[in-house]
Every structure is written in structure tokens, then in C-alpha cells.
Design a protein around this ligand. Structure first.
Ligand code: HEC
Length: 445
């Protein structure tokens, strides 16, 4: 039998009683997708396969990203009703799409499994290599197919969100920061540059700009730094720089402002500073390098939650603390490559929180919040995050740790226009270096 239901309420109502007598699948499916937040209307499968209503199958259980280009799809055994041993021979068809509807059509087929398989890893090998796979919400559906090439009538859809393609930070100390201090010359005396007064052994005011250690120690010491660079705080670092660079008064021979005056009265007219002036040329490199953690070399790995670590046992859950407040308890994520020289993990990792009334209604383009830890929070044994939730009694939360590599990108990820391709691309850049982990936290009132 060829079975084509068009998406009309009328059609669905008309055929429902028929299915109810033959098997549970469509009745269960349609209510399942409605409570799953399907966007209005009903969804039914459009297929040229014949349907075998004697197959008992619950459909897809879960789809989770395991990397920016791989998704793991999971389901449980199907069998012929009243014939449990039939499950071993059952094969499964996995469908994928970019909308809720696409995996409910034959054109969405990505593979047919071997008999008895209960998982499928989608590596998108059917798509051209140019296609963007990362930072994308993928919709999946699964049906069972019997040896007569007839399928179960399943319309459950699960989503997976691939994280942004991994990208190391953009700032390299030796290439992007260190040369600045020897290349910015005194406009009135081209032989002089910052290092004329700020090098090791000849560091005006104790400020050595010729090494990484010197810059991070600032006018303090390596173990007790006092520098204009504050790892992970880019804008603050640059404003610290400006205020220290212009400190003191012009009557004091040893003041920063007097010694730096030629650099402030820049070649193209001085104040206000514009690009081409010494000071302004430092803005972007200092800001972005500090934002990325003021590392010697860019961080090359995303952070992870070490769920297997015994110290993290029992963490990664959430609860309502009152009628509209949810509290999450998470392990600290780790990312050894991005610990700044001063060792503080405050600000090192952001925790990106996604939430939905079900896992399939999470709005992946709009994280609920992005949590950065204060110094105090970084020193606690677990991460605690509170947020308001009034949309439902039950919710699903996913938290992904993200390091600082994309922090120099200017976009407010909780409040931007995802319909604007430019802003969407900035969002993607900002979300790079996020862990792939897609572990769900189920929370009920
Ligand atoms: C002619 C010498 C001279 C030159 C050239 C010079 N500085 Fe300075 N710099 C000083 C003096 C003197 C101080 C003030 C020290 C003090 O307050 O004790 C200072 C202070 C600073 C401070 C403040 C340190 C702190 O944390 O309080 C920074 C930052 C700085 N300089 C950066 C630069 C940069 C960047 C350049 C090049 C664009 C530069 N300096 C060029 C002499 C110089």
C-alpha cells in the first residue's frame, strides 16, 4: 500500500479512527509531536514506501551533536506487534533535514541501517564539502523498515545542534602584540620607540614591554601582577592602558603623561586619537589579545566537562528553587590550554545555557544566557547558575562550556537579530570553541 497523507487537519481526523484500531503509532505520534512544540498544525510523513501498521516502534529517541560535523541518532528496538523476536531483523531508515518537515519526507533519507542497529552516526557525507554543517540545527526522524520494504508510520522528530566549527583564538603574542612596542615610533624622534624606555633592565616605572612576562607582571611582579592587561577583559584592559599611559601631571619629569606626550600629539594632529596615531593602533591588538586570555599562543582546544572525574560526580543537574527560578549545579569545565599566565580561571570559560520546554524546542540561535564566573565563583567547587523560567513546569537545559577564543567578536549573543546574515555570522564566530557536549538536564517543578 502506498500511503500519502497530506498536511490537512481534515485528512488526519478522517484517518485517525482507522489507525487507532490497527496500532498505536499515529495517535501517539501526533500527540507526541504536538507536546514537543511542533509549530502549529500537524505533521505527517510523506512517503512512497508502503506502511506496515503492524510494526511497533517508538521512533527516534534522541539526536545529539558529537562534533561540529557529526550527529549521533538513537532509537529503541522496533518489532512486529506480538512478535518480540522480530526486532533482530528490523532495519531502520534515518531521515534528516533543516526544517521540522524535511525528515518526514523520503528526500530526507540519509541512510538505511543494518538489521538490529539502534544508533546511526550522521557525518553528512552526502552533502557537498562546502556546506556549512556547524552551528546548525538539524532535524532527524527514524522509521523501522521490514524485510518487505514496508515502514513503520513514525513522525517523531528530534533535533541536534552542531556547535560552531572549532577555531583557535586569533591573537598570537609574538606576531600580533610584541612587535607593536618596537614599531610605534615617537613621531618627533623616529629613533625612539616604547622599548627605548620599557625594556628589560631599563624599564621606566618598572614597566617592561619587551617580554610576555614583563607585560603581564606590569609594574608588579610575576606572582603579584599589576598590569594594564587583565586577562579576558579586553575593553577594560585597553581603558586601563590609556589611563596608565596618561597618568601623572605634566610638571612631573617622571610622569607617564610627560614622557608619552609625543605619542599623544600624534602625526595627524593629535587628540582626539584616531587610527594611525600610536595609541589608537594599540587598541584592537591589546583588546583582542586580552579578551582571548593574554596567552602566549592561541588556545587550540575547546573546553570540556569532565563528567568521568569523581570530583564531578552528582553535578550537572538543576532544580526549581521557587516557582519561577531554576538553579543549575555544574562541574567546572576544564581547558588547560587557555589558563592565563597568572593562573586565574575567573573569566576563562563561559557557560552557555540553552533551554526549552522540550529538547526539540530549544532555540539554538538564542542562548538563554551566557554565564561568566567572578573570581569568587571560580574558586567554588562547582558552578551555580540561576535563571528565571516561567514558560513551563518542565524544561530541558543544555549547558555548553565555551572558552575565550571568540570573545573579541562584537556581538551580544543573547540579544541580536538572527535574521540578519551578518549578525548571524558574528554569532557563529563568537560561539566557536564551544564544547560539543550536548547532555540534557531535565528539570520539573
Ligand atoms: C621617554 C621614555 C618613555 C617612552 C618612549 C615610553 N614610555 Fe611609557 N612610561 C615612561 C615613564 C617615565 C612612565 C611612568 C612611570 C611611573 O609612573 O613611575 C611610563 C609609564 C608607562 C605605562 C604605565 C605603567 C603602569 O602600569 O603604571 C605604560 C603602560 C607605558 N608607559 C607604555 C608605553 C608605551 C606603550 C610606549 C610606546 C608607545 C611607551 N610607554 C613609551 C617612559 C616612557
Amino acid at each position: 500500500m502506498s500511503f500519502n497523507i497530506k498536511n490537512s487537519v481534515f485528512g488526519l481526523v478522517a484517518v485517525l479512527p482507522l489507525f487507532a484500531s490497527c496500532g498505536p503509532s499515529l495517535a501517539v505520534d501526533s500527540s507526541g509531536s504536538a507536546s514537543g512544540g511542533a509549530t502549529g498544525g500537524n505533521f505527517s510523513r510523506q512517503t512512497d514506501y508502503g506502511v506496515n501498521l503492524n510494526i511497533d516502534f517508538a521512533g527516534i529517541t534522541d539526536a545529539s551533536a558529537i562534533s561540529p560535523g557529526e550527529v549521533l541518532v538513537i532509537w529503541a528496538d522496533a518489532m512486529f506487534i506480538d512478535e518480540p523476536s522480530s526486532s533482530a531483523g528490523m532495519r531502520y531508515i534515518v531521515f534528516r533535514g533543516l526544517t521540522h518537515q524535511q525528515p518526514l519526507q523520503d528526500s530526507g533519507i540519509v541512510g538505511i541501517t543494518d538489521p538490529g542497529a539502534l544508533t546511526f552516526t550522521d557525518n553528512f557525507s552526502d552533502l557537498p564539502p562546502t556546506d556549512q554543517l556547524d552551528n546548525t540545527t538539524w532535524y532527524y526522524s527514524v522509521v523501522a523498515i521490514d524485510s518487505d520494504e514496508k515502514i513503520s508510520n513514525n513522525v517523531e522528530v528530534s533535533t541536534a545542534r552542531t556547535p560552531s566549527e572549532y577555531a583557535a583564538g586569533s591573537m598570537n603574542f609574538d606576531d600580533d602584540v610584541l612587535p607593536l612596542f618596537s614599531s610605534i615610533a615617537n613621531p618627533t624622534d623616529p629613533v625612539e620607540n616604547c622599548l627605548s624606555c620599557h625594556s628589560t633592565g631599563n624599564a621606566a616605572g618598572g614597566m617592561d614591554l619587551s617580554t610576555l612576562e614583563g607585560i603581564l607582571a606590569g609594574v608588579g611582579t610575576p606572582s603579584n601582577p599589576d598590569s594594564f592587561i587583565i586577562p579576558f577583559l579586553g575593553d577594560d584592559s585597553f581603558s586601563q592602558f590609556v589611563s596608565r599611559f596618561t597618568a601623572g601631571n605634566l610638571l612631573d619629569q617622571n610622569s607617564a603623561i610627560l614622557n608619552h606626550l609625543p605619542y599623544l600629539a600624534a602625526p595627524d594632529g593629535g587628540t582626539p586619537v584616531v587610527s594611525g596615531d600610536g595609541l589608537e593602533d594599540l587598541r584592537t591588538p591589546i583588546r583582542n589579545w586580552a579578551f582571548e586570555g593574554a596567552l602566549p599562543t592561541p588556545d587550540s582546544t575547546p573546553p570540556v566537562f569532565e563528567f568521568a572525574d569523581v570530583n564531578n560526580a552528582g553535578l550537572y543537574y538543576g532544580e526549581f528553587t521557587d516557582f519561577d527560578t531554576v538553579r543549575l549545579y555544574l562541574p567546572h569545565a576544564t581547558d588547560p590550554e587557555s589558563i592565563p599566565v597568572n593562573g586565574s580561571i575567573a573569566g576563562q570559560i563561559d557557560y552557555v545555557v540553552y533551554a526549552g520546554t522540550t529538547s526539540n524546542t530549544i532555540d539554538w540561535d538564542h542562548p538563554l544566557l551566557v554565564k561568566s564566573l567572578t573570581v569568587t565563583e571560580a574558586n567554588q567547587s562547582f558552578v551555580r547558575i540561576d535563571f528565571d523560567w516561567v514558560l513551563s513546569n518542565d524544561l530541558v537545559v543544555i549547558v555548553r562550556p565555551m572558552d575565550a577564543a571568540g570573545r573579541s567578536v562584537d556581538i551580544d549573543v543573547t540579544n541580536y537579530d538572527s535574521n540578519d546574515p551578518t549578525q548571524l555570522e558574528l554569532f557563529r564566530l563568537r560561539m566557536r570553541n564551544m564544547s560539543s557536549q550536548e547532555s540534557e538536564i531535565l528539570i520539573s517543578h
